[in-house]
Design a protein around this ligand. Structure first.
Ligand SMILES: [Zn+2]
Length: 310
């Protein structure tokens, strides 16, 4: 983060001197006396009129580095480094004769700061609601007790049969309709055309809201629950299929939420379409198309997948 301040210029001079020394094969510690720094940064002419102790006050360089600690630490972690730069100085008050001396040093980053999540703007943690917190619609509540359903159980079987029968009946109904229309010898009237369009619309609605989620659930493990399957007043929720420790498959109504690491908005699971190929992504309610995160069901975490600024 370039800055035009005095502290930045001093540090830049120290770093450039150090790099030059290393290029010449000199590896010893470089010490910079305060008057020497003043001359190097301000030039001989201006330095004569300035008091080194007032020009470079105690703690100025340390404060400058400290104010950039957060972004600096993020860069170091990205680079895989375990040390951070510090300013070394002797304790001399800088009186006549003995001048305060500075040098560049490094120290190990404390382990608690190394693993700090707050600095990571790219990662998100999700939370899963407890069983029974998300209420399904009244019809599904008869099958799902406490929002959960064991797949290999009487209730699980009845749901499977219900879905399969429903699909079979709907398919037969459509087939019968096609049969009737194709058997007509006279031209189709406008009324019949509207009827066909209406049935097509209904089919799409029924497929999307009652059948498709169950079919996708087997492959995707988590799908968005359609509003028609949720109790009145329940907002966004998901249906999840999971295994318990005894290898029993369960289906349950849950809601995954997270806090946006960029703006602290509420992140909910939404379809990845149109700009992502992932079926489900975490979208921030404050900025649904910019603050986008992937979703890992088992680790309850995700990474930023939104647009890149560069
Ligand atoms: Zn956000």
């Amino acid at each position: 983060m370039p800055a035009d301040s005095k502290a930045h210029q001093i540090l830049k001079f120290m770093v450039e001197s150090k790099l030059m020394a290393l290029e010449q094969g000199r590896e010893e510690q470089l010490f910079f006396e305060r008057p020497k720094l003043l001359v190097a940064v301000e030039g001989k002419l201006r330095a004569d009129a300035l008091d080194p102790a007032r020009w470079l006050t105690n703690g100025l360089l340390e404060q400058f580095l400290d104010s950039r600690k957060v972004s600096l630490l993020a860069r170091l972690r990205n680079a895989g480094l375990k040390h951070r730069p510090v300013i070394g100085s002797n304790d001399s008050k800088g009186g006549k004769g003995i001048q305060r001396t500075y040098w560049l040093d490094v120290e190990a980053i404390p382990p608690d700061e190394l693993g700090e999540q707050v600095l990571d703007f790219e990662r998100i943690e999700y939370r899963r609601t407890e069983a029974g917190e998300v209420k399904p619609s009244w019809l599904l509540r008869m099958v799902f007790s406490n929002g959960e359903l064991k797949n290999r159980s009487g209730r699980g079987l009845s749901l499977l049969i219900l879905v399969l029968l429903g699909m079979a009946f709907w398919g037969l109904y459509l087939l019968a309709g096609f049969w009737r229309v194709s058997g007509l010898s006279e031209p189709i009237t406008l009324r019949q055309l509207i009827e066909i369009a209406f049935i097509a619309l209904c089919s799409w609605f029924v497929w999307k809201n009652f059948f498709r989620p169950w079919i996708e659930l087997v492959d995707h493990r988590v799908v968005k629950a359609p509003q028609t399957m949720l109790a009145f007043g329940e907002d966004e929720a998901e249906i999840e299929m999971h295994c318990d420790s005894a290898k029993n498959q369960w289906t349950r109504f849950v809601r995954f939420t997270g806090d946006c690491p960029l703006c602290s908005g509420r992140v909910l699971l939404m379809p990845g379409k149109p700009e992502h190929s992932l079926p489900l992504v975490g979208r921030c309610s404050e900025s649904p198309h910019a603050h986008v995160f992937s979703f890992d069901r088992t680790r309850l975490s995700g990474v930023y997948v939104g647009p890149r600024s560069e």
